[in-house]
Design a protein around this ligand. Structure first.
Ligand code: GUN
Length: 296
């Protein structure tokens, strides 16, 4: 079993991005600038946005964090997004999800200018992705593709099971793995909470991408020997042996599944770090495109 090491791969990609920013500035380009919008005080969202802002600093990007109380109206939030759309110093905009129940996430995402949609959640970005046109890919699936590419894992012809159908991970992941790309070219089955025979599908899989948000959902009896496991889950569970009283686990029962696998991502230090790489690469791309540079 080989660990797919998010620390190693993300460090490598971050070095590349850092260098690209230096080269870009040497040619007269300006620092990429990410604007992050955080509503309310969900501790997980605070942690994610905090680490996005920290990565901006580390990579030589500018960042702006806009924080609003959970009482902000949908109308006010959309006005803030529009302000960022019209701010020429801003290259990329992300609105951290989930939003409070009284705000339509769709309406807010639809308000983001597609040119600044570095999360790749806007219908135009998703539509272009489906059609295979160049666009911002959603950060987590993009990060997973970068990780498979780094380890030169050729998924062509593999049976891939994606567990989860969210707009953020499961749906775009299913699409990306089935495209005629490297990595990609897999035969993909999207499973979800209503799937019957989940175990059968999983036992037939050469690669399982678990993004269902249920702690240790994928157990050893569901995994074929030699399977590749990508664990997207970040779930906090009680653990009285820890000082904090809790710890993070993925959607996969790592301790029992890992010995069966050819490759597996750990949680933490796996996919989460790759998501940040995807976001940062998108933001740099947005900055270059805004400056009129033709980019692949
Ligand atoms: N919430 C969970 N994952 C994400 C993500 O990748 N981007 C945003 N904006 N919110 C999220």
């Amino acid at each position: 079993m080989q660990l797919l090491d998010g620390v190693l791969v993300s460090a490598h990609i971050k070095e590349q991005i850092k260098q690209e920013v230096i080269d870009w500035q040497a040619k007269g380009g300006k620092k990429p600038h990410l604007a992050a919008i955080l509503v309310g005080n969900n501790p997980a969202s605070e942690a994610y946005v905090g680490s996005k802002v920290k990565h901006c600093e580390e990579l030589g990007f500018d960042s702006t964090l806009l924080r609003f109380g959970s009482e902000i109206s949908e109308h006010e939030l959309i006005s803030e997004v529009e302000r960022m759309n019209n701010d020429d110093s801003v290259d990329g905009i992300l609105v951290q999800l989930p939003l409070p129940a009284h705000i339509s996430g769709d309406s807010v995402i639809n308000a983001i200018s597609p040119a600044k949609d570095v999360d790749g959640f806007h219908p135009i970005s998703i539509g272009k992705m489906v059609l295979g046109q160049p666009t911002f890919l959603p950060a987590t699936p993009y990060g997973i593709m970068l990780m498979l590419e780094y380890y030169k894992i050729n998924t062509s012809g593999m049976n891939c099971v994606v567990i989860g159908r969210s707009n953020i991970v499961g749906t775009p992941m299913t699409l990306l793995m089935s495209r005629n790309t490297v990595p990609g070219n897999a035969t993909v089955t999207m499973c979800h909470s209503k799937t019957k025979n989940m175990k059968e599908f999983c036992l037939n899989a050469d690669i399982i991408i678990a993004a269902i948000g249920k702690p240790r959902f994928v157990t050893a009896d569901m995994v074929k020997p030699g399977c590749i496991i990508i664990d997207v889950g970040i779930n906090r569970i009680d653990d009285p042996t820890k000082k904090s009283g809790s710890r993070l686990v993925g959607d996969v029962d790592f301790d029992n599944v890992a010995p069966l696998c050819s490759y597996i991502t750990p949680v933490p230090k796996g996919v989460g770090l790759m998501t940040l790489c995807g976001l940062m690469k998108n933001t740099l791309l947005a900055a270059k495109q805004k400056a009129g540079v033709a980019v692949e």
